[in-house]
Design a protein around this ligand. Structure first.
Ligand code: E4P
Length: 218
């Protein structure tokens, strides 16, 4: 499973990239607003930090506008992935941009049929939003499983399932068990995946015993 980090915070991105954990980055207008920075500048900075796909979302709502904005965003760097919402206009823009060789992430997906349409329009990634479904008491993980089953039925569909709106470590595990191709994860959740209380307890015990030997490795 590939790991993307869901943030526009370049310090967090650099830290996780240094560990070797990052295959890409996703941003959205809310994350850009939170960064307080110029949109194109921050996208350029992120693209310079990571080699993998960096999602940058259009803000036009009509296909023509999305295509124009998408082309502008794609000029920033070769790893820019243009993010469009899952509407008929978004699908039209997806088809146009992907036909020209631009990577497209179709976002705000809440049904398996929407995911099928995105794949038919050449999406590089489909982003089903797990957490926002859970918020309204619908099992987001069931959606990931349905999309996995549908895409596996039709191997000609090359779209990757990018599990989004991830809120917990359990979301990451379940998405991996089902076979999502990618998970985009908030930095705190991603760092938290490394943590286990028994790991900390084990380290404490080993260090205490090692101190008794009076030895040093170097
Ligand atoms: C994905 O690309 C989105 O940016 C993100 O996962 C949305 O997550 P949220 O529902 O926690 O805002």
């Amino acid at each position: 499973m590939k790991f993307f980090v869901d943030t526009a915070d370049t310090a967090e991105i650099a830290e996780l990239n240094d560990v070797g954990l990052l295959d890409g980055v996703t941003t959205n207008p809310s994350l850009i607003a939170k960064s307080g920075r110029d949109f194109k500048e921050v996208v350029a900075d992120i693209c310079g930090l990571v080699e993998g796909p960096v999602s940058a979302e259009v803000t036009a709502l009509d296909a023509e506008g999305m295509i124009k904005e998408g082309k502008e965003l794609a000029k920033i760097a070769t790893n820019v992935t243009v993010k469009v919402p899952l509407t008929l206009d978004g699908l039209k823009a997806c088809k146009a941009l992907s036909s020209e060789g631009t990577m497209v992430n179709v976002t705000l997906c809440f049904s398996a049929n929407q995911a099928l349409l995105a794949a038919k329009c050449g999406a590089t990634f489909i982003s089903p939003f797990i957490g926002r479904l859970d918020d309204i008491n619908i099992d987001g993980m069931e959606l990931i499983a349905e999309i996995r089953a549908i895409y596996d039925n039709y191997p000609a569909l090359e779209t990757e399932i990018l599990a989004a709106s991830i809120r917990t470590a359990n979301h990451v595990k379940q998405a991996a068990v089902i076979g999502a191709d990618v998970a985009t994860i908030p930095p705190a959740v991603l760092k938290g995946l490394a943590k286990h209380p028994l790991t900390d307890k084990g380290i404490d015990a080993f260090m205490a015993d090692w101190a008794k030997t009076g030895q040093s490795i170097l």
